[in-house]
Design a binder for this molecule. Structure first.
Ligand code: COA
Length: 169
């Protein structure tokens, strides 16, 4: 398995994984699906702003993707980033999420990110386990802030403090 930066050619595979998560999971609190062009535009914006979009590629098959971006828009949050990771539903439990998260954390540290945040639906056992496995701890829980599939959703924040940099004025 190769972990590499995504290119426009991956947009279709990324859209399929994203749409499956929209339609079938509480991992993402959106109700609308997208297409390759929609994901390509999103990728261009994210990569253009200097953030990574990674794919796990096995012999040309995209197993999953991962990214991080701004946590909140205010200046003081510039060393904090919020990550997301999605693995194809038929290919989970093979270590792909772990590989993506490892690489994402290394890139974040190199880029001067101090804290990584995961925003996870409280019932998403796989994501909670993945983040815990990689040194994240639960640091916040917001009851009933989301809704999907006709019920309220609780949001758990998990954070990991990375090595660098020193705080700046
Ligand atoms: C969460 C997700 C990315 C994990 O990816 P994955 O490739 O299946 O995970 P891995 O195989 O790398 O497993 C990572 C760790 O999580 C654990 N884990 C994975 N799935 C699990 C599950 N369903 N229940 C409990 N633990 C689980 C694994 O045991 C492993 O820990 P270990 O190394 O101690 O054994 C994947 O389930 C997914 O895409 N889910 C839908 C989208 C989503 O929820 N994304 C996160 C949004 S916050």
């Amino acid at each position: 398995m190769d972990i590499r930066q995504a290119s426009a050619a991956d947009a279709g595979a990324i859209a399929e994984i994203y749409n499956d998560a929209v339609l079938n999971t509480t991992a993402i609190w959106n109700d609308h699906v997208t297409d390759a062009a929609g994901r390509a535009a999103w990728m261009a914006e994210r990569q253009g702003a200097g953030y990574p979009v990674l794919v796990a590629d096995e012999d040309g098959t995209v197993l999953g993707y991962a990214t991080y971006g701004p946590f909140r828009p205010h200046d003081g949050y510039r060393h904090t980033a919020e990550l997301s990771i999605y693995v194809r539903s038929d290919l989970r439990g093979r270590g792909t999420g772990s590989r993506l998260l490892e690489r994402l954390a290394a890139l974040a540290e190199e880029s001067g990110i101090h804290v990584l945040v995961g925003g996870i639906e409280a019932g998403n056992a796989a994501s909670l386990a993945l983040h815990r496995r990689h040194g994240f701890e639960e640091t916040g829980r917001l009851p009933q802030v989301g809704t999907k599939f006709g019920r309220w959703l609780d949001l758990v924040f998990m954070t990991r403090v990375l090595a660098g940099p020193e705080a700046q004025g």
